[in-house]
Each structure stands twice: as C-alpha cells, then as structure tokens.
Design a protein around this ligand. Structure first.
Ligand SMILES: C[S@@+](CC[C@H](N)C(=O)[O-])C[C@H]1O[C@@H](n2cnc3c(N)ncnc32)[C@H](O)[C@@H]1O
Length: 292
C-alpha cells in the first residue's frame, strides 16, 4: 500500500519522527530526556541537526530549523507551567519527558500522555527501569479514533490544558479537523480549558526556498506524507479551522509571551507559530467560578 496516499489510521509512521525529537530533546539537555535517547533517534536527528548547522551561513532560515525545535519544546513546557493546570493532557507525546518532569515538580496535579499503541508500548518498555511519579499516566489514545480521553474525570473548577507538539501538521486537512474537534469535545466535556499547538504555515515554509524543500522532502520520506501539501496556507486559515472545530479566542502567541524568545537563534525565521485556543467553561462551571 502507498502510505503517502493511504495513510493508516493514526498514521503510526509519524511515530518514527518521535524517536528523532526524543534524541533532539536529549541533545538539547531537557530534563530526563536521556531516558528516551536511542541510536535510531540519533541516526535521524543528528544528520539533520548538523546539516542545518552547515546550511546556516548560506540559508539562515532553513539552517535554524533544528535549533528552533529546542525553542518549540521549551515554549510548550513554559506555557504548561504558566497555566498551572490541575489536569494536563498531551496527545502524541511520543518520547517526550515533559509530562514526567512537570508531574514530578507539581505533585498536586495530574498529567496524562496519550499516543498510539506502538509508541506507548515503546515508551512503557523504556519507563520500566525508571521511577515515574504517581500523578503521571500514560495511555493509548488516537486523535483520530473515537472516545479520546473518555476515562478522564476532573472537578468542575479544575484548570485543564491540552497540547499537541509536532503532531497535527502531520495530518491532512480533514484529519486536522477531526483531531481538533476531538480535543475541543474533550475539553468541553471536562468543563473548558486551553489548547496549545504549533502550526507551520505553508507561506512561511515557502520563504525557506530550496533548503526548506529539501527538509520537507526528508520529512516526507520519514513520515510517508507530503507534509507541505497538508499544511495550512497561513495562520488565518489555521485559526479559522480551529474556530470551526469549536474553539474560541484562538490566537497566535506573541513574541513577548514566549520565554526568552529574544535569545532564540534566528527566531524571525522560525518555521512555526504557536497557537493557543480556548474552550469556554460551560454554564455550570462559569456559575461556580463567579460564586468563588
Ligand atoms: C513528531 S512526534 C512528536 C512527539 C512529541 N510530541 C515530541 O514533540 O517529541 C509525533 C507523535 O505523534 C504521534 N501520533 C501520530 N498520529 C497520532 C494520532 N492519530 N493520535 C495520537 N498520536 C499520534 C506519533 O506516534 C508520535 O509519537
């Protein structure tokens, strides 16, 4: 079967890129990231990383790509920290250790990571030799399948966040809508909350020229998808789609809300924007909030 044309449900081939980012997080020194570093991950990440470095003098935008992954991961974690959630839900967590680090630092909250079955099994195998905090859970969950997060419960006034890092741009437009609706419905069922994701607008990628095309070609070979075609044309299109899926107050996070953005390598050239989208609390929660 041609996976590029007929990706299987949940697109498990995308999981391969999770090994690459796990090695990126280990390379950049994120907490506990060495737990998930692997030969396979390094074989995917390091050639791209050193290729980007070599490109930087002649193509600064594409050359900053691998370094900008560091900032993406860091900004997601800083956003989660700033939300002070009672419940944090990361979908497509891959081999990221953000949830474990956050749960360990905040024992009074609950962090749940979801991913496809194979990735969860790989993750469990590696976690078996480590001490995982009790307020951290790992579950199988498919953004495109039915009943995502169906077992989750929370108190009515809980602060709930959801995030997908490096996940929805691997989905085509119809799948993005399904995924975003599933997250919107989950947050609505939990009484409202905020969602963070990154979007690579096609118009931004196209300014990277030939090096950008080569990078996307490499990602196409790993993920089995023509990623450029699947991207939103621009941030307006992404925002309109998220609103259509039920989110409100959808906004691109401005530079001054991104921790230490000024120190990011060539941040003006980064390939992605971070978008925050909200599901307002239902009338019951809003009434209780007002009464507090
Ligand atoms: C590029 S990796 C990113 C992993 C992690 N978020 C990170 O930044 O290191 C993409 C992840 O999305 C997961 N994924 C792909 N399709 C999914 C789906 N339909 N539902 C849940 N997870 C999915 C893959 O298994 C993989 O772990």
């Amino acid at each position: 079967m041609n996976h590029a044309k007929h990706p299987s449900a949940g697109n498990p081939r995308v999981s391969l890129t999770g090994y690459a980012t796990a090695s990126a997080w280990a390379h950049f020194g994120f907490e506990y990231a060495d737990w998930f570093d692997s030969r396979r991950g390094r074989a995917l990440f390091l050639p791209m990383h050193y290729g980007c470095r070599a490109l930087r003098p002649i193509a600064p935008a594409a050359g900053a790509f691998s370094e900008s992954l560091y900032w993406r991961h860091r900004w997601f974690s800083a956003w989660a920290e700033a939300q002070a959630p009672n419940l944090a839900i990361e979908i497509g967590a891959g081999l990221s250790t953000r949830g474990i680090a956050h749960a360990r630092k905040h024992p009074d909250m609950h962090w749940v990571d979801y991913d496809l079955a194979d990735m969860v099994a790989a993750r469990r195998a590696r976690l078996a030799k480590h001490d995982v905090p009790g307020n951290y859970t790992l579950e199988v969950g498919d953004l495109l399948g039915p009943g995502l997060g169906g077992a989750l419960r929370t108190s009515a006034d809980a602060r709930v966040i959801a995030m997908t890092e490096g996940v929805t741009d691997y989905l085509d437009h119809a799948e993005k809508r399904r995924a975003w609706r599933a997250i919107a419905e989950l947050l609505a069922r939990l009484g409202g909350g905020r969602y963070l994701l990154e979007v690579h607008p096609r118009e931004r990628i196209d300014t990277f020229g030939m090096p950008g095309r080569l990078l996307f070609d490499a990602l196409r070979r790993i993920s089995g998808r023509d990623l450029r075609e699947q991207l939103c044309a621009n941030t307006d299109e992404a925002i309109a789609m998220l609103e259509d899926c039920g989110f409100t107050r959808v906004r691109v996070l401005p530079e001054d809300e991104l921790v230490d953005a000024a120190h990011a390598p060539a941040p003006a050239h980064r390939a992605f924007v971070l978008i925050e989208a909200c599901i307002q609390p239902g009338p019951d929660v809003a009434r209780r909030e007002r009464a507090r």
